[in-house]
Design a protein around this ligand. Structure first.
Ligand code: C2E
Ligand code: CA
Ligand code: CA
Length: 734
């Protein structure tokens, strides 16, 4: 196949000529024909890498042309052109994709030359990027491109397949699945291939149906299971050996493996027993396996399926409904079946960019899946734009050529290693673009590291950002340094793994025992670091706990730490200018309400105590009208200074209204709260003897009720009542 050749089938000479001259101008060879027979001959002999196809021509059925191209195993990138409405073109493109053709896009006539160039260019880079044949072919074998095109009537017999199984000609390729938002690798789908002695690598669509009809499918599935589970078992070690990266290797211990199961196998319980045995033999947890069933197969007999699927699910395997959108399942049927994942069919995903209709289908499938508590995965993602679109509509996981083609074991290893290098580059560019490094300390971050210190009772907490060759601390509690060398940094290990990294005793951990921060100051023994992500998903660093004594972190504590890390992420996204009161520099009401809401939710969820103090300046308005607003402003300025000092250990302080201030305290003992208030009172009284401005303040206090799960509104109301009661007792009537 020649990627610099384009073949045009179009009955309008002018259109054909235009496409041709645009392509030639772009340095390609172009040929134009109006005759379908000549067209097919050229497809096989001239072997163009691109085809521009008019689907609507007199004396020709466009769909028939596509079927014939598919039968010829045509791998050229096809641009569909026509003067009909885009809806019809979209449908045609989908059907072509279903036939396994590679559709570059549709070009509705009259078309714009830039659009054509875009399609040609896109297909060019894709072809260069790595053609599937190249990737899947072991290096010693001829590539499919060098071989004669398979005959159109290619049919395998039962005997061929028996021989393939006997001679072990089947092998498995792996296609990765990533988390859309964060780009984190979650698992691989195993896809079978046949290394045919004469025909090269054969894709499953040409032999799975035969296997299903001839009852060889269970044998085939078992073969795929054995090969892919043994690969999965070996993966962490292979990664460690070829990358020398223990964390990349460690992460491979939790990736999932998706396996395709034919409808025909559904009633074969023995197969699932064999799967159990395989898992046992290779030490693989069953919940790491996701069994994919096509939508149609699962719905063939919904009642029998329900029985069967429930049993499989009860053994611990996950179930996924594949090719969703191509069958006719009703929501009700789907809700009854115990799936954990829904896979949007690639025919919609591949046309998402051009087709509004496809986008509508995608959005409804994701919404349906989420409504039923399923994870939504999109397959067939071929471009950056499609990935961005899917992310924006809430799709959870992504799979497709844009991320990687199905790869052999060796290619998978290379891909993993290369990716871990590239990730680091883009991570650093995001970190640098955020302009966070070497900036002053900020209370909005410090309040969270302080809270973490108090809640976990550790000596040190850090918001650590992992830079090129150092880790720099945006917020530090319990240490006087702001950075350490990256080689010694625990956090750079933590960002390399999924989830929170916990080291119970660094001196006993081979990765850290010799680390200078362990053998010398600050003598780290216990470490727990939860990743901090930028909004695009890059890991910037961690919120980490450090202590000179060994320690443990329960599951619930780990979740609490991750929640606190989430609060820091929310701060990174916020613009400080919008939440600062201009006069006093304190947080304004809007900023307070949002953060107090987050903290109270945390307290309610983790059973932590919380206290709210409400402070109101007495007769402030009267003072302003008598002495003028400037005098009032001066008073507020000096009051807020005293307020800030007295409550420097509080979790949130804010100027809530013109003469109202509020404090939120989490997990603080009553005496500590009383001390802070007393400090304010003492300093305030002292300051008043100098200025004699004659103003005073009142306070109200409320405590979170662990039974009723108060929200901010309720706490404020109770603090307010408390203040009025105190004022009434004192005989004040404001
Ligand atoms: P599937 O389960 O829907 O698998 C996804 C197919 O989409 C794969 O084709 C994959 O190579 C292809 N694909 C992935 N990303 C893209 C993309 O971005 N663009 C395009 N155009 N295609 C993409 P493959 O490997 O040819 O497999 C075809 C079908 O054969 C599978 O569809 C699955 O139904 C079946 N199959 C594959 N392996 C097995 C197996 O071990 N057992 C059974 N029963 N069926 C299998
Ligand atoms: Ca699948
Ligand atoms: Ca699929």
């Amino acid at each position: 196949m020649h990627s610099d050749r384009i073949l045009i089938l179009d009955d309008e000479p002018l259109t054909g000529q235009t496409i041709r001259s645009i392509a030639e101008f772009a340095g390609m060879q172009a040929r134009h024909t109006t005759d379908p027979d000549e067209f097919f001959q050229l497809v096989q002999e001239w072997r163009p890498g691109h085809i521009a196809l008019d689907l609507i021509m007199p004396d020709m059925d466009g769909v028939q042309v596509m079927i014939r191209l598919a039968e010829l195993n045509c791998r050229a990138r096809i641009i569909i052109t026509s003067g009909v409405g885009t809806r019809v073109l979209d449908a045609a493109a989908r059907s072509a994709a279903e036939h396994g053709l590679r559709i570059a896009g549709v070009l509705a006539k009259p078309f714009s030359p830039p659009r054509l160039r875009e399609l040609l260019f896109a297909s060019d880079t894709d072809a260069e990027y790595n053609s599937e044949q190249k990737l899947e072919q072991p290096a010693t074998r001829k590539t499919q491109e060098d071989m004669p095109p398979p005959a159109a009537d290619t049919q395998f017999s039962h005997q061929d397949l028996v021989r393939a199984l006997d001679n072990d000609e089947l092998f498995v390729v792996y296609q990765p699945k990533l988390h859309c938002r964060t780009g984190i690798l979650t698992g691989f789908e195993a896809l079978v291939r046949w290394q045919h002695p004469a025909r090269g690598v054969v894709t499953p669509d040409s032999f799975i149906p035969l296997a299903e009809q001839s009852e060889l499918i269970d044998q085939l599935t078992l073969r795929v299971l054995e090969k892919s589970l043994s690969w999965l078992h070996q993966l962490p070690r292979s990664v460690a050996e070829s990358s020398g990266d223990p964390y990349l290797s460690w992460r491979m211990e939790s990736v999932t493996l998706s396996l395709n199961i034919s409808a025909a196998s559904l009633n074969n319980l023995t197969l699932f027993d064999q799967l159990d045995e395989c898992c046992q033999a290779w030490g693989i947890r069953r919940d790491r396996l996701i069994l994919e069933l096509t939508e149609t197969s699962a719905m063939e007999d919904p009642i029998a399926s329900l029985d069967m699927l429930t049993r499989v699910r009860m053994r611990g395997y996950h179930l996924s409904i594949d090719d969703f959108g191509t069958g006719y399942s009703s929501m009700l049927q789907l809700a009854r079946l115990p799936f954990s994942e829904i896979k949007v069919d690639k025919s919609f995903v591949m046309t998402a960019e051009e087709s509004e209709e496809s986008r509508t289908v995608i959005r409804s499938i994701i919404e349906l899946g989420h409504g039923l508590g399923l994870q939504a995965t999109a397959e067939g993602i071929e471009t950056e734009e499609t990935l961005a679109y899917l992310t924006s509509v809430g799709c959870d996981l992504a799979q497709g050529y844009h991320i990687a083609r199905p790869m052999t074991e060796q290619q998978t290893l290379e891909w993993l290693i290369e990716r871990s290098h590239n990730n680091e580059e883009s991570r650093l560019s995001v970190l640098h673009a955020m302009n966070l490094l070497d900036t002053p300390e900020e209370e909005r971050y410090d309040r969270i590291t302080r809270l973490a210190c108090r809640l976990f009772g550790v000596q040190t907490t850090l918001l650590s950002l992992v830079d090129t060759d150092r880790q720099w601390f945006k917020s530090v509690q319990g240490l006087r340094i702001r950075e350490t060398h990256r080689d010694a940094s625990f956090c750079s290990h933590a960002i390399d793994q999924t989830g929170t990294m916990i080291v119970n005793d660094a001196s006993q951990d081979p990765r850290f025992a010799g680390n200078p921060l362990v053998t010398g100051f600050p003598h780290i023994r216990f470490y727990a670091g939860a990743p901090i992500h930028a909004s695009n998903g890059s890991k910037l660093g961690t919120l980490c706990l450090i202590d000179p004594e060994p320690g443990v972190l329960s599951d619930s504590e780990t979740r609490l730490l991750e929640k606190l890390a989430g609060l820091l992420e929310a701060e990174l996204d916020d613009e400080p200018g919008k939440i600062t009161d201009r006069l006093t520099g304190l947080m304004n009401r809007k900023g307070f309400e949002k953060r107090a809401g987050q903290l109270l939710e945390l307290c309610n969820h983790f059973g932590l105590s919380a206290d709210l103090l409400f402070l109101d300046i007495d007769h402030f308005k009267k003072h302003n009208s008598v002495h003028g607003p400037q005098s009032g402003d001066r008073f507020l300025d000096s009051f807020s200074r005293l307020f800030r000092d007295a409550f420097s250990e509080a979790d949130l302080i804010s100027r809530f209204g013109s003469d109202e201030f509020v404090v939120l305290l989490v997990g603080q003992p009553p005496e500590a709260i009383k001390d802070m208030l007393n400090t304010l009172r003492r300093h305030f009284n002292a300051s008043q003897t100098d200025s004699r401005i004659g103003l005073d303040f009142s306070t109200g206090h409320s405590t979170l009720d662990s039974e009723t799960h108060d929200d901010l509104q309720q706490l404020l109301a109770r603090a307010d009542r408390d203040m009025y009661a105190a004022r009434a007792a004192a005989g004040d009537d404001e």
